[in-house]
Write a protein that binds this ligand. Structure first.
Ligand code: ACO
Length: 327
């Protein structure tokens, strides 16, 4: 038995928010944003678009590439920290939208590491479930709904989008995921979190007035943590897969900040030309970011059979994870 990635898809909203637009909203500059983050534009969903709406478009693209019907999906997993509702989960909403009536559905919350956590979870489920042939995994976020648009420390960083991956169980014994490493450190929960809206601090007039329903981030701490976590997790995954940095065709890191990505690549000894980046166009889309990269790479024919690809991410929790893929 083998579990293979057979298709990808993506969707980003039409509306583009440029650094020049942000200059009119908060005290910032295109120069500051580009040099400190590498971001030039991000896509922002309409008020009428929720996370499941973006999932639907990404899922349709992936189903088309896979050439399978929605009814053939046995499970849907949506990695997100911006679900349409606390419940029902976003995967259930998507199931209904695309008519995947035979799929069981759940969301997975691991912030920016969500897609990596979900791919590993999906593979494990497929290995232990005899009749689970196709699983649809998505990373999708409407981060614009939890960004404080008055806070220049965070509002310049994030964007919206959705990415989909379809896994198939095959008979040939080859898995796409050659090795993985997942980790978490709840002691760092306060450096990247949303204070209100859960059972700890339910929504109230006071929580809204005190702007507690937005991303709260200590940027410098997150930066340091991100580099260390992605480097050590990637090294462990490469060791477990029996591959060296030279064997990696592409490093696909979570698209958080150009400086973080550069530092990770340097410490992993992977030259920058083998690091896939699109954060200049999309900003940080949390759980969607690695999937947006993968889909672009697939549709631009950058990946050939047998290529080794290293995915690595970190996010709120804190969480981190890496996967060595064989295409
Ligand atoms: N425009 C202009 N100035 C700004 C802006 C802005 N948008 N934002 C902050 N500044 C100012 C600060 O106020 C500070 O001014 P001060 O020195 O007068 O206090 C100055 O710029 C420098 O701020 P620093 O925090 O030192 O800037 P730094 O180089 O660390 O960059 C950044 C900040 C970009 C946030 C960086 O720390 C970073 O990328 N951190 C990681 C963020 C990240 O990856 N988050 C992932 C979250 S994903 C998830 O799980 C949802």
């Amino acid at each position: 038995m083998g579990i293979k990635i057979i298709a990808t898809g993506r969707y980003v909203p039409e509306r583009v928010l440029t650094n020049a637009d942000l200059e009119k909203m908060v005290e910032t500059s295109d120069e500051w944003i580009r040099t400190r983050t590498g971001i030039e534009t991000r896509h922002i969903a309409d008020a009428s678009q929720a996370t499941s709406d973006m999932c639907r478009e990404a899922a349709k693209n992936a189903l088309e590439m896979a050439g399978i019907a929605p009814s053939e999906l046995g499970a849907i997993v949506v990695a997100t920290i911006t679900p349409d509702h606390s419940f029902p989960n976003t995967a259930c909403l998507l199931q209904e939208e695309i008519g995947a009536k035979n799929a069981f559905c759940f969301d997975l919350s691991a912030a920016c590491s969500g897609l990596i956590y979900s791919l590993v979870t999906a593979q494990a489920l497929m290995k232990m479930t005899p009749n689970l042939k196709y699983v649809l995994v998505l990373g999708a976020e409407k981060l614009s709904s939890i960004v404080d648009w008055d806070d220049r420390n965070t509002c310049v960083l994030f964007g919206d989008g959705a990415a989909a991956v379809i896994l198939e169980k095959t008979d040939d014994g080859n898995d796409s995921i050659k090795a993985y490493n997942l980790g978490a450190d709840g002691a760092c929960k306060d450096i990247l979190f949303m204070p209100a809206g859960g059972s700890r601090m339910p929504a109230s007039l006071e929580s809204v007035q005190n702007r507690k329903h937005f991303i709260n981030m200590t940027g410098k701490e997150v930066f340091k943590f991100a580099v260390n976590a992605m480097v050590s997790s990637s090294q462990q995954a490469m060791t477990d897969a029996g591959v060296a940095p030279d064997d990696i065709k592409f490093l696909v890191p979570h698209q958080a900040n150009y400086r973080i990505l550069k530092a990770v690549a340097q410490r992993l000894d992977i030259p920058e030309e083998r690091v896939y980046m699109n954060l200049n166009r999309y900003g940080n889309t949390s759980a969607a970011s690695i999937g947006l990269c993968l889909d672009e790479m697939v549709r631009n024919n950058l990946l050939q059979k047998g290529d080794k690809v290293l995915l690595t991410a970190f996010g709120g929790g804190l969480t981190w994870g890496s996967i060595v893929l064989e295409w």
